[in-house]
Design a protein around this ligand. Structure first.
Ligand code: M6R
Length: 609
């Protein structure tokens, strides 16, 4: 989730590039850079850190020219550093590119290019694009870019400049946003509308597979085959603040809607094309290494801890290794039984949570092998852990974690199938079944997000109740915990999650007429038992909202309202079942007039004990 800007016109490009990048700063990033064409050559200036660092550099080294591109990076392939920052260029410096997204087949392409003598300076996937362009360039910029696009796979928004074309920028996209701002005698390119909104409100929103050749007076859009496309001008009528949120009212809802993409990107390049196995190039564990692991401990806080509970279920049932899950703030103080035969997995969106970092250090001190699952490349936790699996969710700005959670579950699922494959505790058929199930998830999440009206209505109806209960068994219980946390943190409604079978041991005393109970019933093997627990609360006149899988004809008889999720394997159902709960919390908070993105007393990154 990086940011892209581009300018072509009569003015100094760098002025707009810096202004545009600053409008993307709210997303958070780790490095920035620009490239400017002065009519003869392209010069790049880039640096790790915030935009202010780049501005400082530019004070001493002005880049003159009226054609340029810029980028803010949120690291994925390669840690944050000067060399890994964009723009990237080829061996000659004749071709320069900025990129958002992930080039899935970059390793293979890089090997081929190195064999042909190309010299790479960064660890990024993006650099292959510049070298490919150098390789293919035959005097025809557009045709060469098309050849490059024919070779790469993955998701991208790409913007190209060539030393030989001082009057032209080429851009294209696949599964990543890109917009062209239409000015008078000048044009702008950006990954997000906030970057251009102060300059123009007339835009072309590029669609997947479209390629635009942008000059100062024209924008020529074609598909990859060169067939011209007539674009409609999209007039932006949001204010700047709304534009940062992509037209959504809050970052939280924007991030909820980003989940199909976040999930897809987290799985990108990790699922074998034929669904036969999981590829973790970052781990490459052997059977011997895994055999040495006698125990797994998962340590995290808040939402990430809830992902850990699901992870325990996955690892124990698929890879058959005993797992303990700990809240990070407790782990260090309970003298945990951890040694060199322990794999300690820490989960953290930010990679900066102090409790989690301290637990990681403790596990390391006790001799464990450590693995971090985190969303932030170069974060303290990613640097401290022996190995890292990144969730590629992009920056999460709302305090309430949503897309980080679902991508943590995806990572835990992939990790467990991967471990089970190596340990031979899963059959080839079952592994294939789960991997194809994973592949369906982005579309299924999208399906849920298409039909939010009933959820909105429940939230409005029950948003003013003071207590809400969440119940479920097995994996549904883990999701119930996350649902209750979400509701508490942003709507300030008192919410409790219980293992459905545990109610009768005390909590049932709190169930009285009209109390909303959200009952998750997506797990077939405990379905009948869950129904019994639903009947228990119904008998006390609770209002029950059931969350069930499509095709479940029974549930409606026992609950007041039902939210159906698309059919999925019981292991993958949590990734779908949590979406209505996120939406329910969101709309309840909106109904109550709460500050959704910045709930009281809370911070996004908790760096105190
Ligand atoms: O950045 P981390 O994942 O380490 O953060 C852990 C928790 O602070 C975080 O998940 C928190 O519980 C969220 N605000 C919940 O939505």
């Amino acid at each position: 989730m990086c940011g892209i800007v581009g300018y072509i016109g009569p003015k100094q490009a760098s002025t707009f590039l810096i202004e545009g990048l600053s409008k993307l700063e709210y997303r958070g990033y780790d490095s920035a850079g620009i490239a400017v064409h002065d009519g003869n050559k392209i010069t790049i200036e880039k640096t790790i850190g915030r935009l202010a660092n780049l501005e400082q550099k530019l004070e001493h080294h002005k880049l003159e020219g009226s054609l340029g591109i810029g980028h803010t990076r949120w690291a994925t392939h390669g840690r944050p550093s000067d060399v890994n920052s964009h723009p990237h260029s080829d061996c000659t410096g004749n071709f320069v590119v900025v990129h958002n997204g992930i080039i899935e087949n970059y390793m293979h392409l890089k090997e081929q290019l190195i064999a042909k003598g190309h010299v790479f300076t960064s660890e990024t996937d993006t650099e292959v694009v510049a070298h490919l362009l150098e390789e293919y360039y035959d005097g025809d910029f557009e045709a060469s870019v098309k050849r490059v696009l024919g070779d790469i796979s993955g998701s991208y928004a790409l913007v190209f400049m060539s030393k030989f074309e001082p009057n032209k920028i080429i851009c294209t996209k696949q599964d990543n946003p890109l917009v062209i701002g239409l000015g008078e005698g000048e044009n702008f390119i950006a990954s997000d509308i906030p970057a251009i909104i102060n300059r123009t409100r007339r835009t072309y929103i590029l669609s997947d597979g479209e390629m635009a050749v942008v000059t100062k007076d024209s924008v020529w859009v074609t598909n990859r085959q060169g067939v011209p496309i007539t674009k409609k001008v999209f007039e932006v009528n949001w204010d700047a603040e709304a534009a940062e949120k992509g037209g959504y009212e809050h970052f939280m809802i924007k991030e909820i809607y980003e989940q199909p993409k976040a999930i897809r990107e987290t799985m990108t390049s990790r699922l074998a094309k034929d669904n036969s196995h999981i590829i973790f190039d970052e781990l490459k564990w052997t059977k011997g290494e895994l055999a040495a692991i006698k125990k797994v401990v998962i340590v995290a806080c808040g939402t990430a801890y809830h992902a850990g509970i699901v992870g325990k279920y996955y690892i124990e049932s698929l890879a058959r290794i005993p797992v303990e899950v700990d809240v990070a703030s407790e782990f260090r103080y309970r003298f945990p039984l951890v040694d060199e035969n322990t794999l300690a997995i820490v989960i953290s969106q930010s990679g900066e949570t102090l409790d989690t970092l301290a637990a990681l250090k403790e596990a390391k001190r006790l001799g464990a092998t450590t693995l971090a699952i985190t969303n932030v490349v170069g974060s303290s936790i990613s640097r401290e852990a022996d190995q890292v699996v990144y969730t590629w969710a992009g920056p999460e700005i709302a305090v309430a974690s949503t897309k980080a959670y679902t991508t943590q579950l995806i990572s835990m699922a992939m990790l467990s199938i991967y471990m089970a494959g190596i340990r031979e505790t899963i059959s080839a058929e079952r592994s294939q079944e789960l991997i194809s199930g994973l592949r369906n998830l982005p579309t299924q999440v999208h399906e849920i997000l298409e039909d939010v009206e009933p959820i909105k209505t429940f939230a409005q109806q029950y948003g003013f109740n003071e207590d809400v209960f969440f119940i479920g068994r097995s994996l549904d219980y883990a999701v119930a915990l996350e649902g209750a946390l979400k509701l508490k943190e942003i709507s300030y409604i008192h919410a409790e999650a219980y293992a459905a079978g545990e109610l009768k041991h005390g909590t049932l005393a709190l169930i009285i007429e009209g109390v909303p109970v959200i009952a998750l019933a997506t797990q077939h093997d405990v379905y009948e038992k869950t129904l019994s627990n639903i009947k228990e609360v119904k008998a006390r006149d609770a209002v029950v909202i059931g969350i069930a899988q499509q095709g479940d004809d029974q549930i409606k008889k026992y609950v007041d309202h039902t939210i159906f999720i698309p059919q999925a394997d019981k292991y993958l159902a949590p990734i779908l079942a949590v979406i209505p709960l996120q939406l329910l919390s969101y709309y309840a908070a909106v109904t109550r007039g709460c500050d959704v993105d910045k709930p009281r007393n809370l911070a996004k990154s908790v760096t105190v004990e």
